[in-house]
Design a protein around this ligand. Structure first.
Ligand SMILES: Nc1ncnc2c1ncn2[C@@H]1O[C@H](COP(=O)(O)OP(=O)(O)OP(=O)(O)O)[C@@H](O)[C@H]1O
Length: 390
């Protein structure tokens, strides 16, 4: 439909053939209705017209209001279409009231390379090779990130969405549960509907265990949770029949509590552990990501800071370490400026974080996860990895 509509206005596209442009844009317009496509093309055409009309007149040239013949159109067609697509996405975003493509870059995520790669394989390949994957036997799978809290699961899911230009719909399990009969199932249906109209999209289910506990075990008298799980299963199975641009990523601290039907092939069948790494060079990469925008003193060695972090420091603890160290340095900067008003500079890069700032904070900061808890998570990981390798 996109290519047909584009063929009707070849003058808009002097720099690319309608088929090639349609191929480029098809991944990003998959949730569009015919009227959305017409609106998109109308928007691109109108910006072209206003561009032509606003073009500075050459001296001595009379301003004519007659439309210019097609041969005068500048070779900017593709650019206009892409701008119109961005505007259309923004409008849809505000109409849906959902957050759109997030702004978390790969550089913001430290370490976790293996998990990153596995998620990208699941998400990016089918997106780039739609036809190939939609005809295949293999059912598309969802990813379940599990492990202790604050280890970067949400951050990672957002980074994947940013990397693949996917809209990001985040749902916390307990938010969907409603005390009124039938409402929780409806909430689940609505979420999937919302995601379908925001395609290409990734739905991120945080605290999946609270949304989909093992059926028959939840102890709620009306069986609400059982119906929610059944609804989830039906919706997820429905995804497999549709195109390849809707993805599900789950996160949980307790994958052992999730209904096993949800972990079967075609559903959340790729389980990836996101934990606490003790290796100093790994921690150094996390610190590097977190201090990306800092001005560090030359005496700062992220590796030696990494070596001093307790073994049970999570990603969020390291975030706290860096944020507090920066605050420490900023306070020193303000005190210095108070003592010497001629030295008053309020720019962010006038704050230089020193090694000692990190050390002072490190002495006061205690890990949010105990060693015993960490051990429990690692046992859980062994249990799941053992099960999947059988
Ligand atoms: N690998 C990492 N690299 C950079 N920052 C990290 C990393 N891991 C965690 N963080 C920091 O910790 C914060 C909390 O992480 P996040 O919310 O992604 O954890 P989570 O595993 O989803 O937790 P929960 O299970 O409680 O939802 C992030 O906003 C980020 O600042």
């Amino acid at each position: 439909m996109l290519s047909q509509s584009l063929q009707r206005i070849p003058e808009l596209l002097p720099d690319i053939s309608p088929e090639d442009l349609a191929k480029d844009m098809v991944g990003q317009t998959s949730g569009f209705m015919p009227r959305d496509i017409r609106a998109l093309i109308a928007d691109a055409s109108s910006s072209l017209v206003s561009f032509e009309n606003n073009e500075p007149q050459k001296l001595g040239e009379s301003r004519s209001h007659e439309p210019k013949p097609p041969k005068d159109v500048r070779p900017l067609g593709k650019e206009f279409m892409i701008k119109a697509l961005e505007r259309s996405k923004k409008r849809n975003a505000s109409a849906l009231g959902t957050p759109k493509v997030p702004n978390v870059k790969w550089e913001d995520v430290g370490g976790l390379e293996d998990v990153k790669k596995s998620i990208l394989d699941t998400v990016q390949l089918p997106l780039l090779h739609k036809d190939l994957f939609s005809s295949g036997l293999r059912k598309r799978s969802g990813v379940l990130l599990y492990g202790p809290s604050d280890t970067g699961k949400t951050l990672l899911a957002k980074a994947v969405a940013t990397e693949c230009s996917l809209n990001f719909l985040s749902v916390k399990g307990p938010e969907l549960i409603n005390m009124y009969i039938g409402e929780s199932e409806k909430n689940v249906r609505d979420i999937f509907q919302k995601a379908r109209s925001a395609r290409p999209c990734v739905i991120f289910f945080d605290e999946l265990d609270s949304l989909a506990p093992a059926r028959g075990a939840s102890g709620d008298s009306g069986g609400v949770m059982d119906r929610v799980v059944s609804q989830m299963l039906a919706e997820i199975d429905g995804l497999n029949d549709s195109s390849q641009d809707l993805f599900i990523i789950g996160a949980s601290n307790r994958p052992d509590l999730i209904d096993t039907a949800l972990l079967r092939p075609g559903r959340f069948d790729k389980l990836l552990y996101v934990g606490v790494a003790t290796d100093p060079s790994y921690r150094e990469r996390v610190l590097k990501a977190l201090t990306r925008k800092f001005k560090l003193h030359e005496d700062v060695s992220l590796y030696s800071i990494a070596k001093k972090c307790p073994p049970n420091f999570t990603g969020a603890d390291m975030y706290a370490l860096c944020a507090d160290a920066w605050f420490h340095a900023a306070k020193r900067r303000v005190l210095a400026a108070d003592a010497d008003p001629t030295n008053m500079k309020d720019e962010v890069d006038s704050v230089v974080v020193e090694y000692e700032d990190f050390m002072t904070v490190l002495r006061e900061l205690s890990p949010s996860l105990s060693l015993a808890e960490l051990k429990k998570y690692e046992t859980l990981r062994d249990q799941f990895e053992g099960a999947s390798s059988k």
